[in-house]
Design a protein around this ligand. Structure first.
Ligand SMILES: [Zn+2]
Length: 100
């Protein structure tokens, strides 16, 4: 595989994960009547989440499923959704432009 091909697949997986992150966020916010705009907040204590703690899948793994602010357990459902979207993005990338 070329470097360009690897970068492309990485981008597709990342875009998928970002989409999954948004879907998970929407799935949490809409039933609670919270608007989709505005920064991410901790579902447990409401503390704003800085961008480097809000990387789909990766942050959850690094923090072992706990919130950095208050240590509350974060549902694996959201990270599973992000991972599923990342896999779908990867699959789409492979279909659209199979690496050499
Ligand atoms: Zn918190």
């Amino acid at each position: 595989m070329t470097l360009g091909g690897a970068m492309w697949l990485l981008w597709c997986a990342g875009a998928g994960a970002a989409l999954g992150s948004f879907a998970a966020c929407a799935a949490w916010r809409i039933p609670r009547g919270v608007g989709l705009c505005g920064r991410s907040r901790c579902p447990a204590c409401g503390a704003p989440i800085p961008w480097h703690r809000n990387v789909p899948v990766l942050s959850w793994l690094l923090l072992r499923g706990r919130a950095a602010c208050c240590g509350a357990r974060l549902s694996a459902r959201y990270v599973a959704l992000e991972a599923a979207f990342a896999a779908a993005g990867l699959a789409a990338g492979l279909l659209l432009a199979p690496p050499g």
